[in-house]
Design a protein around this ligand. Structure first.
Ligand code: BJ8
Length: 422
C-alpha cells in the first residue's frame, strides 16, 4: 500500500490527528456500505474513491498545482463551477460531513450552530482535510446567516471569496446575481491568470450538463419497483461528484446507470417489491454523513429520492448551451443557478412544487424531512411543507439531528414507527 504521509505532511496536515480521523472510516464504511446485499458491481469504483478519499484525488490536485494550476473549494451548489474550470482551475466541494471536525469548529464558532458549518470550519482548523489544504481559494456565499458570518472567521485562516446570493427571485435579483457571477469570473481570472473565453466556457457548460444528466439518469432508475439501487449508494454517488474529476465521474456513473438499467429489465432489486418508498427532503448530507439513510434502509424501507443539495437540487436544470458570447453564457449560468430552491429564498414555493413533483414521479409512500440542528431556514419551512403534504394525505415526519451518534437509537425508533403507519 502506498504511503501518503509525505504528501499529507507537505500539505501542512496534522498527521497524528489525521490518523485518528481516518482510522474509524473503514469500519463504518464496512457496516454501512459493504454489508448491503446485491450492490451493483459498478459501485466498486465509488468504494475505491472513499477508501482512497484522502489520497488518489489529492495526488491529482497536488500534481495540478505543481504545474501551476489552482484549486478552488466551494460550500454551496450555487457556485458556478463551470467558470472555475473554464479558467483552468479545479473545483472541489468542501462541506464537512463528519462529527470529527465539529469540536475544532466550536473553538471559534458558537456551539448552537449548524453542524455542517462547524465541521466545515473545523476541517480547516484541524489541518486534517487534504482538500482544504490543497485549496488556493475558498468560495463562500451569503446563503444562511451562519455560513455568511463563518466566512469572516474562516478568512483568518485561508483566502476566502464570498458570492452575494440574492434572497428573492425577482428580475432585479436575477440581474444582481448575474452581476455577482461577472465579479466571480473576474476574481477567478485574477487567481489563475487565465482568461475565460467563450469557447472554454462552452466546453465546461456542456461538461457540467453531462454530469448533471448522468446523475439524473441514475435517479430515474430509482423510480422502478423493486428499487434497483439503494438510497445509500445513490447518495454516495452524488457525494463523490463534488470531489471527483468530472470526466471520470461521468464515465463511472454512466457505467453504473447501464448496469442498474439492466437490473430493472430483469426485475432485480435491492429491496423486496413493494418496500416502503421514502423521499428525504431538507438539508444536505456531506460525506460521510450517511446516518439517516442507514437508519431508514436498515428498517426495511428504501430511500428513492433526495430533494436536497446532495440530491435533485444539485443536478436538476441544465444550463442553456446555445449562448455564443460570454454575455449570453453568463446570463444562462445566472438563470440556471437561480432556479435552485434553497430555503434561504423567500418565498420558496418552488421547493414545495418540487417535493410534490418528486413524490409523484418516485411513487413515494412517505416523506422524511431532514433538518440539521440549528438550520433555521429549513426548520421554519417545515411548517409550510408539512401543512401542504398533510392536506394531500402524504405522510411526513421531521427529523432534526446533528452529526453525532447520540440520538441514533431514538431516531431509529421514530423512523420504525413512521414506517409502520405507511
Ligand atoms: S443551496 S441548502 S448548499 S445553502 S449551512 S443552509 S444546513 S444552516 S447548506 Fe446549503 Fe447552498 Fe442552500 Fe444547498 Fe442550513 Fe447549515 Fe446554512 Fe446549510
Amino acid at each position: 500500500m502506498t504511503d501518503y504521509r509525505k504528501l499529507w505532511s507537505d500539505l501542512g496536515m496534522d498527521l497524528e490527528k489525521h490518523d485518528r480521523l481516518t482510522s474509524a472510516l473503514p469500519l463504518i464504511y464496512e457496516e454501512v456500505y459493504l454489508q448491503q446485499p446485491e450492490r451493483p458491481q459498478a459501485m466498486e469504483y465509488f468504494d475505491l474513491v472513499v477508501a482512497e478519499i484522502h489520497s488518489l484525488r489529492i495526488v491529482e490536485l497536488v500534481e495540478h498545482r505543481r504545474r501551476g494550476g489552482k484549486v478552488c473549494g466551494a460550500f454551496c451548489v450555487f457556485v458556478p463551477v463551470e467558470i472555475i474550470r473554464a479558467a483552468g482551475a479545479v473545483a472541489v466541494g468542501l462541506c464537512g460531513g463528519s462529527q470529527f471536525w465539529v469540536p475544532d469548529g466550536e473553538r471559534v464558532l458558537p456551539r448552537n450552530l449548524c453542524p455542517l458549518i462547524k465541521a466545515s470550519v473545523g476541517a480547516r482548523l484541524s489541518g486534517t482535510c487534504p482538500y482544504f489544504q490543497s485549496c488556493d481559494l475558498l468560495i463562500g456565499e451569503t446563503t444562511c446567516d451562519g455560513k455568511k458570518k463563518a466566512w469572516e472567521v474562516l478568512g483568518e485562516y485561508a483566502p476566502v471569496y464570498v458570492m452575494d446570493l440574492p434572497q428573492m427571485k425577482r428580475p432585479q435579483d436575477l440581474a444582481a446575481w448575474r452581476g455577482e457571477i461577472e465579479l466571480f469570473l473576474a476574481r477567478i481570472e485574477e487567481l489563475t491568470g487565465c482568461r475565460v473565453t467563450p469557447g472554454r466556457l462552452a466546453e465546461e457548460i456542456r461538461l457540467q450538463n453531462r454530469l448533471r444528466q448522468a446523475l439524473e439518469r441514475l435517479y430515474h432508475t430509482r423510480k422502478a419497483d423493486p428499487v434497483p439501487i439503494s438510497g445509500k449508494d445513490a447518495l454516495l454517488v452524488t457525494q463523490v461528484s463534488f470531489y471527483d474529476d468530472p470526466r471520470r465521474f461521468i464515465d463511472k456513473t454512466e457505467a453504473l446507470v447501464a448496469e442498474v438499467e439492466a437490473r430493472i429489465a430483469s426485475g432485480q432489486g435491492v429491496f423486496p417489491p413493494g418496500a416502503p418508498r421514502i423521499l428525504v427532503t431538507g438539508t444536505p448530507m456531506a460525506i460521510p454523513n450517511w446516518k439517516l439513510h442507514h437508519i431508514i434502509e436498515t428498517a426495511g424501507a428504501a430511500v428513492v429520492c433526495e430533494e436536497t443539495c446532495t440530491g435533485t437540487r444539485f443536478f436538476e436544470h441544465q444550463v442553456d448551451e446555445t449562448g455564443r458570447t460570454l454575455e449570453e453564457q453568463l446570463q444562462a449560468l445566472a438563470e440556471r443557478y437561480l432556479k435552485i430552491n434553497c430555503s434561504c429564498f423567500t418565498p420558496n414555493s418552488g421547493r414545495l412544487e418540487d417535493i410534490f413533483r418528486l413524490v409523484e414521479a418516485y411513487q413515494v409512500d412517505g416523506v422524511i424531512y431532514y433538518n440539521l440542528q440549528f438550520c433555521h431556514g429549513y426548520a421554519v419551512e417545515y411548517y409550510t411543507v408539512e401543512k401542504a403534504l398533510k392536506e394531500q394525505g402524504i405522510p411526513v415526519m421531521k427529523v432534526e439531528t446533528d452529526y453525532s451518534e447520540e440520538d441514533t437509537g431514538q431516531l431509529r425508533t421514530r423512523v420504525e414507527a413512521f414506517l409502520e403507519m405507511l
